[in-house]
Design a protein around this ligand. Sequence first.
Ligand SMILES: *[C@@H]1O[C@H](CO)[C@@H](O)[C@H](O)[C@H]1NC(C)=O
Ligand SMILES: *[C@@H]1O[C@H](CO)[C@@H](O)[C@H](O)[C@H]1NC(C)=O
Ligand SMILES: *[C@@H]1O[C@H](CO)[C@@H](O)[C@H](O)[C@H]1NC(C)=O
Ligand SMILES: *[C@@H]1O[C@H](CO)[C@@H](O)[C@H](O)[C@H]1NC(C)=O
Ligand SMILES: *[C@@H]1O[C@H](CO)[C@@H](O)[C@H](O)[C@H]1NC(C)=O
Length: 446
Amino acid sequence: MKMAWFAAFLIVMQFMFILSVEGIGVNWGTQAAQNLPPSTIVQILKDNNISRIKLFDSDTWTVSYFANTGIEVMLGVPNNQLASLAKNYDKAKEYVKENVTLAYKAGVYIRYVAVGNEPFLKSYNGSNHDTTFPAMQNVQKALNEEGYGDKIKVTTPQNADVYDSGLQGPSAGQFRSDIRDIMHQIVSFLKENDAPFLVNVYPFLSLYQNPDFPVEFAFFDGGANPVVDKATSYTNMLDANLDTLVWALKKAGAPKLKIILGEIGWPTDGHKDANLDGREPEEHRAGDFERHWGILKYDGQPKFPMDFSGNGKEVWPVGAKNVKYLEKQWCVFNTDIKNMTKVPGNMQYACQMADCTALNHDGSCDKTLGNTDRISYAFNMYYQMNNQDVRACDFEGLARLVDQNASTNECLFPIGIESAGRRLGMNVGASGVVGVLVLLLLFSHH
Ligand SMILES: *[C@@H]1O[C@H](CO)[C@@H](O)[C@H](O)[C@H]1NC(C)=O
Ligand SMILES: *[C@@H]1O[C@H](CO)[C@@H](O)[C@H](O)[C@H]1NC(C)=O
Ligand SMILES: *[C@@H]1O[C@H](CO)[C@@H](O)[C@H](O)[C@H]1NC(C)=O
Ligand SMILES: *[C@@H]1O[C@H](CO)[C@@H](O)[C@H](O)[C@H]1NC(C)=O
Ligand SMILES: *[C@@H]1O[C@H](CO)[C@@H](O)[C@H](O)[C@H]1NC(C)=O
């Protein structure tokens, strides 16, 4: 049952509309305290025969590493740039010149520009409603003017919450009413431009947000009660979700639009349903699992078997090579300290800044660590995230450095990695995404 989710991707799915998988790729999220160098990421892709990557920005330094690798690249434009690209065509021209066409000329095989990232999430309160489509239009127009219109297509990654079918099954699928007009405009634009529709689907979030969601329906092993919709019987959430999209596209006048599943996956820690078996639900609680998406650990080593060739074999991905770890030093709670008054405040500080999600209820270190080890775990994460700066192992005198491995059998106290330098190093810290690569799938209609 292990990783049924991942292994079963490429199994033929029972779609009402026959979609078939054309290819596979990964996302590279760089919001981590320490990033692997782009050259290492390129090597991981080559070693695993992965020929497509999606980025979340268009940083020229990072992008340059994909030159002459044959890897297809999807650049990203963050949401915070939508307004200026929408309002000011010169900004779009400048972006295309500096971040897109220069790299293309240097041999980076840029296929797509993803404008915005899930810009219509309800939690954004509509703040990107007026800017996303004009920004897309401006960027595509600038690409066309530079002569790249046929080669590089603009699209926009949407969360699956932009469409729904109420309780009626996929055939009732349509775009969400508050953004239906915008989505229909975007869909027509994509159709005219022969660009794909990009969607992120996370069955885990359906489960997380709704305790009544049938767990079996999030997997592929057929244990769920099928949802029957007209002539089609759905046994898993992904099939039903994608068919809901296809129905929504059909109603928007573009039934044959190519679909790219931009992100999909299951987090592996930080929540009771987030683990390597991807199951065993009991009682539902909130948790911070956001940084545990992805198929590799923070140091580029694989978390679980996954066969990128689609043959469903139990093979482990090839991990990052020549990773440069920091010294074998850990920051731990000084057990000479008897007055614990200052501990909670310092621990809270460490966990706000660094990643303590393994300590969450039912996280990987939750059950096995005693109280002082929990404090040590938090201190160590903060210290490693700060590149083992000695000043990051003080905590008002509560902490000390050790050179014996502080890990226990069940709980890894990680050692940081050398950061990828000027642009990427320490750029986010607090909200680091540990899992660097998330899957991407391309579908086409038959
Ligand atoms: C990648 O493809 C090459 C050539 O087809 C093959 O020899 C190699 O085993 C593949 N590697 C993996 C990890 O699938
Ligand atoms: C374009 O590249 C510059 C320089 O690398 C970078 O600062 C900027 O953020 C990039 N733009 C986008 C949208 O990523
Ligand atoms: C959306 O509105 C809620 C409630 O008014 C607010 O807490 C939240 O910060 C807003 N989010 C954004 C992105 O503006
Ligand atoms: C423990 O430390 C706090 C703050 O540093 C101090 O106020 C308190 O008196 C100390 N308690 C004992 C028993 O020494
Ligand atoms: C520390 O110990 C853990 C558990 O035995 C092990 O997995 C890890 O590789 C060790 N770390 C180092 C830096 O040796």
